[in-house]
Design a protein around this ligand. Sequence first.
Ligand SMILES: NC(=O)c1ccc[n+]([C@@H]2O[C@H](COP(=O)([O-])OP(=O)(O)OC[C@H]3O[C@@H](n4cnc5c(N)ncnc54)[C@H](O)[C@@H]3O)[C@@H](O)[C@H]2O)c1
Length: 352
Amino acid sequence: MSKVRFGVIGAGQIGHNSCKSILGHDQAEILAASDVNEPRLKELTDKFEIGKSYTDSAALINDPDLDAIYIGVPNKFHAPLAKASLEAGKHVILDKPFAMNIGEAQGVADAAAASGKLFMVGMNQRFRGPSQTIRKLVADGKLGEIYHAKAFWFRRSGIPRLGTWFGNKSMAGGGALLDIGVHLLDLALFVSNQFKPVAVSGATYTKFGNRGLGEGGWGMSDREDITFDVDDFATALIKFEGGVTVTLDVSWAIHQKDANRHDVHVFGTEGGASLFPGEIYHYGENPGNDDYQVVTPEPQVALVHEERFFNFINSILGDEEPLVNIEESLAVQKILDGIYESCATGKEVRIS
Ligand SMILES: NC(=O)c1ccc[n+]([C@@H]2O[C@H](COP(=O)([O-])OP(=O)(O)OC[C@H]3O[C@@H](n4cnc5c(N)ncnc54)[C@H](O)[C@@H]3O)[C@@H](O)[C@H]2O)c1
């Protein structure tokens, strides 16, 4: 295969970013695009000079000229479109979150196994240089035994456009937790290599969006006055096999000084690390407060391109291994489900 021939489903805000990324690779081209909204579809196909446009995604999925499909549409359609694409013999890169629940995600995983095609949830934060560097230092034991990670993303006013699908449970499955919490959760698990969760407890809150407050700038979908009934704040404690813990806190909207704060902080017996920016912390030669080191580590990036689409394309071409695998994405989905279940029941949820 000289070039990977892409079809793109979803001409929204992330669809534009994704087309630009795909076309940055010299062994990829985009032959077709699909969106239910015709004007938005035309805007995308004009901008990126995409030859075929379909308002019916099934027509794109069954286009025999395509090798791979990128899916960037409301969460409700993630699993059905990914499954159909795999069943049509296409490689698939799906935007986050994986699915509305673990049952749907497992269905996609089964379809991927049956098809033998590459399936990847495009967790872009994993590809950043500091994420790869800290992960390598952890894997090499440089921070000692990792016992905890604290992941958080606090936006003061960052709800995607109110009145769109983002704020509606039946379309999005959840709010801040599924939209931005998933990034930091995935990242915490990725750098600490913890993908065997055993229990989760959590709570979610809806305090701003339901009052018409906290809107940010993201999203191209039109306002339809769709009800806001998802979380705009979530908190969770996740326990892993072997006793490691992760805490996750996420807001689309809260009262705080800064517009945005986010990080994953990793706690080890011999050192700590932060991902934004990539830094490590440890005692110097004379352990104590007078000899404490804050160090920007040498980059140790396995994938110098730092780009999810390049990794996906190179993996199809056989030149790289995917940096996101399905088992890991299933573990993340189980935790997300567990947080919502724990909130609904008021109890800790065991994960098998
Ligand atoms: N990786 C990231 O950092 C990142 C960032 C933003 C969004 N996303 C994800 O990308 C997806 C899309 O988000 P967005 O911000 O582009 O939203 P958006 O509202 O800007 O665009 C969504 C597009 O999907 C189209 N659409 C809706 N249903 C469709 C269907 N059945 N078939 C084809 N097209 C359909 C809409 O018409 C719209 O053009 C979401 O799942 C979101 O979580 C990922």
